[in-house]
Design a protein around this ligand. Structure first.
Ligand code: C2E
Ligand code: MG
Ligand code: MG
Length: 709
C-alpha cells in the first residue's frame, strides 16, 4: 500500500481529531465534576457541622438553664456540697469538659472538684469577660470549645452564674469521619464514572477503527483497484483485472460500469486495430501489420537463425488499367490478383506464409523457413515462378480481357539483410530489377543491384535542379528531306554535363528522370527552349523559314498535365507557328491509354502541331495501332536502318512500314543513317525524311546556327 494523503489517510486524520476532541471534552467534564464534588462535600460538611453544633447548643442551653435553676438555693445558702453534687452530675454528661459556678464578681465558687482548687480565683479565660455582665443564657465558642453561661438569680437579686464548657472534639471527630467517608464514596463514584468514560472512549475508538476498516474495504480498496486497473488499461494492457463485484451499492455500480467501459474499450481497440492493420480493399494485412509481423519474425529469427524469404510483387502496368478502364476496374483487378496470389500461396507456400498488400499494386509475401536443411531460396524461386505464371493469365474485368503480369523481387533473411528495413529495401530493389529486366519475371536480390540502385539514386539527386544550374542543354540533330536532300528541321536532344562526371548518356539520365518524375518539370523546359531556338533560326536566317523543331515527349509528361494547353502557351510565347513544332512520342506513351491519348493528339494536331511516333518497330503495337492513333508520321527505329544493307528481312520490313505509312497518309522518318548506302536505299524506297551521323551529328545551337548560315 502506498503512503499518500488518500481517503484512508483523511479518515485516519479525521478520526484522530474526533478522538482528541472527545478526550478534551471528557477531561473538561471530569474537571467540572471534580469541582462539583468538592463543593458538595464542603457544603455537606458545613451543614453537618451546623446541625451538630445546634444540637449541642440546644442541649447545652437546656442543661445550663436547668442547672442554673437548681443551683439557686444551694448558692443562696452557699451549700458547696450541694453545688458540687450538681456540678459533678453535669460533668458526667458526655462532651462536658468543665462546669464552673461563679459569684457576681466573677470568682470561681465551685468547679466540681473535691478540693475546689480554683476557689476564689477570678476567671481569666477568654470567654470570662462577657460572662460577667449577662442577664440571660449566653453562648460563646471557639475552635474547640462551646461555652454556655446562665445567670443564677433569686428574684431580682443576682447570685452569680454557671458556665458549662462543651468540648467540640467529638463533633469534629464525627465531622472528619463523615467527611472522609463521603470523599471516599465520591472518589468511588468518580472512579466508576471514569471507568465508564474510558469504556466509552474505547468503544468510540473501536468504532472508529471498525469504521476505518470498513471504509478501507468498502471504498478505498475498490477505488484503488479501479485506479490500478485504469492505469493498466491506459498502458495498453487490456487483460488488467477489473474487480468484479456483486455489490448492489454505488461502488458496485461503479465497478460494473468500469468493467463495461473496459470491454467497450477493448472492442474499440480491436476494431481500430483491425482497421489499422487490414487493407480495406482486399482484406489482407496492410503494410503496418506486415511490418510488425516481420519485425517479430526477424527478432525471433536472429536468435534461432530461422531464415525467411520476402517476395515483393508489383503488378506490371497496373496504371494502364486504372487509366483506361477506370478505377473500379483497377480495384477489381487488385481483388482478383490478391485472391489468385492467395490461392497460389495456399497451394504452394506451406504453413506460416503471410500475404499483405502494401498499397497500390504492391503485394508482399513472407515465406518462413521450415528449419535447418530447408532450402528457402529454392522454395522462394518456385513460388515466385508459379506466381508469375498464374498472374500472367488474362483476367476478365468489366467484360474485358486484360493481360497483366507481375514482377517479383526476392530478398532472403539473413543472407541479404539482417534487419527489417534493409530486408524490405532489398526486396524492393530486386523487384525494381525484375521490372528493368522486362517485367513479368522474378529476380533475387544481389549486392550488385544495390550499387546500381545507389547510382540511380545519386543521379536523381544530381539531376534535381540541373536545368536551373545550366547543366542541361539542348543539342540539335539535322533532319533532311530525302526527295531533294534539303534540310527540313532538327530534333532537339537533351544533354547533361555533370559538374564532376562530364557528359552523361541520355539513355541513362532520361530513364532516371522518367522514373523519378523529374521529367515532368524538365520536359516543359525543353519544349520551351526548343521552340525559342527554332523561332530564333527562322528569324535570323532567311533560308530557315520552313524549318521545324522536333521535341521528344515522355509518356509521363503526356499523362501529367494538360499537354495541349502547355503547347499552345509555348507557341504563343515563342511565336513559332504550330506546323513547325513536331512532337515525338514513343509507343509506350501511346498504348495503354489510347482513348485519352487519341483525344489529346487530335487536339494537338487540330492546332497544327505534328505528332510523330518515335522508335517505331521496337514496340509491340504494330502497324494496326496507327489506324487508331492519329499521328503525322513514324520514325523507323535505327536498329532497322542499321541492317537494311545486310539483312533482307529488315529491308523488307522497312519497305513495308514505308508503304503502309504512305497508304495511311502519314510520313516516315528514318533514324540512325550512318552510311551513304543506307541513305540511298531509303530514298529509293520512298522514305520521306532521314537523320543520322552520316547526315549530321547532334550539335549545339550555335553550331546548328553556323550550319544554317
Ligand atoms: P531518340 O528520340 O530516338 O533520339 C535519337 C537518338 O539517336 C539520339 O540519341 C541520337 O543521338 C541518336 N542518333 C542519331 N543519329 C544516329 C546515328 O546515325 N547512329 C546512332 N547510333 N545513333 C544516332 P540520344 O541523344 O542519346 O537520345 C537517346 C534518347 O533519349 C532519344 O531517343 C530520346 O528518346 C531520349 N531523349 C533525348 N532528349 C530527350 C528529351 O528532351 N525529352 C525526352 N523525353 N526524351 C529525350
Ligand atoms: Mg526522338
Ligand atoms: Mg528514336
Amino acid at each position: 500500500m502506498k503512503l499518500r494523503y488518500g481517503l484512508h489517510a483523511r479518515f485516519v486524520l479525521l478520526a484522530g481529531v474526533v478522538l482528541l476532541a472527545s478526550l478534551v471534552l471528557v477531561a473538561m467534564v471530569l474537571h467540572r465534576q471534580n469541582r462539583a464534588q468538592h463543593d458538595v462535600q464542603a457544603l455537606s460538611l458545613q451543614s453537618m457541622h451546623d446541625l451538630a453544633s445546634n444540637r449541642l447548643l440546644t442541649r447545652g442551653e437546656a442543661v445550663a438553664s436547668q442547672v442554673a435553676d437548681s443551683l439557686v438555693n444551694p448558692l443562696y445558702y452557699f451549700d458547696l456540697d450541694a453545688i458540687g453534687a450538681t456540678i459533678r452530675n453535669v460533668l458526667r454528661q458526655p462532651d462536658v469538659s468543665y462546669v464552673l459556678v461563679y459569684d457576681t464578681e466573677g470568682r470561681v465558687i465551685h468547679d466540681g472538684s473535691q478540693d475546689i482548687a480554683t476557689y476564689g480565683q477570678s476567671m481569666s479565660d477568654p470567654f470570662a469577660f462577657e460572662v460577667l455582665s449577662i442577664t440571660d443564657i449566653h453562648v460563646q465558642s471557639n475552635e474547640d470549645l462551646m461555652d454556655i453561661a446562665a445567670p443564677i438569680r433569686l428574684g431580682d437579686q443576682a447570685l452569680g452564674g454557671v458556665r458549662i464548657g462543651y468540648s467540640l472534639a467529638s463533633v469534629k471527630a464525627d465531622e472528619t469521619q463523615i467527611g472522609r467517608r463521603m470523599s471516599d464514596r465520591l472518589d468511588e463514584i468518580g472512579r466508576s464514572q471514569l471507568l465508564w468514560l474510558a469504556l466509552l472512549l474505547a468503544g468510540m475508538l473501536a468504532l472508529l477503527v471498525a469504521f476505518g476498516f470498513a471504509l478501507q474495504r468498502a471504498l478505498v480498496a475498490p477505488v484503488r483497484q479501479l485506479a490500478d486497473a485504469a492505469r493498466e488499461i491506459e498502458a495498453g494492457n487490456f487483460d488488467a483485472e477489473v474487480p468484479a463485484s456483486a455489490r448492489r451499492d454505488e461502488v458496485g455500480d461503479l465497478m460494473r460500469a468500469f468493467a463495461h467501459m473496459r470491454d467497450s474499450i477493448v472492442r474499440h481497440d480491436r476494431d481500430i486495430r483491425r482497421m489499422a492493420y487490414t487493407d480495406a480493399l482486399t482484406g489482407l494485412s496492410n503494410r503496418l501489420a506486415f511490418r510488425e509481423l516481420l519485425d517479430q519474425r526477424v527478432t525471433e529469427g536472429n536468435g534461432a537463425a530461422r531464415p525467411l524469404a520476402l517476395l515483393f510483387a508489383d503488378v506490371d502496368d497496373f496504371k494502364r488499367v486504372n487509366d483506361t478502364i477506370g478505377h473500379d476496374a483497377g480495384d477489381e483487378v487488385l481483388m482478383q490478383f490478391s485472391s489468385r496470389i492467395r490461392d497460389v500461396i495456399d497451394r504452394q507456400a506451406g504453413e506460416g506464409a503471410v500475404l499483405a498488400r502494401f498499397g497500390g499494386d504492391e503485394f508482399v509475401v513472407l515465406l518462413p523457413g521450415t528449419g535447418p536443411g530447408d532450402d528457402i531460396r529454392q522454395r522462394a524461386d518456385r513460388l515466385a515462378e508459379l506466381l508469375v505464371r498464374e498472374l500472367g493469365r488474362p483476367i476478365t474485368v468489366h467484360g474485358r480481357q486484360v493481360f497483366l503480369g507481375i514482377s517479383i523481387g526476392i530478398a532472403l533473411f539473413p543472407d541479404d539483410a539482417t534487419d527489417v528495413s534493409a530486408l524490405m529495401k532489398n526486396g524492393d530493389i530486386a523487384m525494381y530489377q525484375a521490372k528493368v529486366a522486362g517485367k513479368n519475371c522474378h529476380r533475387f536480390y544481389s549486392r550488385v543491384m544495390d550499387q546500381a540502385v545507389e547510382r540511380r539514386v545519386r543521379m536523381e539527386q544530381d539531376l534535381r535542379g540541373a536545368w536551373e544550374r545550366g547543366e542541361l542543354s539542348l543539342a540539335y540533330q539535322p533532319v533532311y528531306r530525302l526527295g531533294d536532300g534539303k534540310l527540313a528541321g532538327a530534333e532537339a536532344l537533351l544533354r547533361w554535363r555533370h559538374p564532376e562526371h562530364g557528359p552523361v548518356s541520355p539513355s541513362l539520365f532520361i530513364d532516371v528522370a522518367e522514373q523519378s518524375g523529374l521529367i515532368e518539370t524538365i520536359g516543359p523546359q525543353v519544349l520551351r527552349a526548343a521552340c525559342m531556338d527554332a523561332r530564333g533560326w527562322q528569324r535570323d536566317f532567311p533560308g530557315a523559314r520552313g524549318l521545324f523543331v522536333s521535341v521528344n515527349v515522355s509518356p509521363r509528361q503526356l499523362r501529367a498535365g494538360d499537354m495541349a494547353a502547355q503547347v499552345e502557351d509555348v507557341l504563343r510565347e515563342s511565336g513559332l507557328a504550330p506546323q513547325h513544332l513536331h512532337i515525338e512520342l514513343t509507343e509506350t506513351a501511346v498504348i495503354g491509354d489510347e482513348l485519352r491519348v487519341s483525344s489529346l493528339l487530335a487536339r494537338l494536331r487540330n492546332s497544327g502541331v505534328k505528332v510523330w511516333l518515335d522508335d517505331f518497330g521496337t514496340g509491340f503495337s504494330g502497324l494496326s495501332h496507327l489506324r487508331r492513333v492519329p499521328v503525322d508520321g513514324v520514325k523507323i527505329d535505327r536498329s532497322f536502318v542499321a541492317d537494311v544493307l545486310r539483312d533482307p528481312d529488315d529491308l523488307a520490313l522497312t519497305t513495308a512500314i514505308i508503304a503502309m505509312a504512305h497508304s495511311l497518309g502519314i510520313h516516315v522518318v528514318a533514324e540512325g543513317v550512318e552510311k551513304e548506302g543506307q541513305y540511298a536505299i531509303l530514298r529509293e524506297r520512298g522514305c520521306d525524311l532521314a537523320q543520322g551521323f552520316w547526315l549530321g551529328h547532334p550539335m549545339s545551337n550555335q553550331e546548328f546556327s553556323r550550319l544554317l548560315a
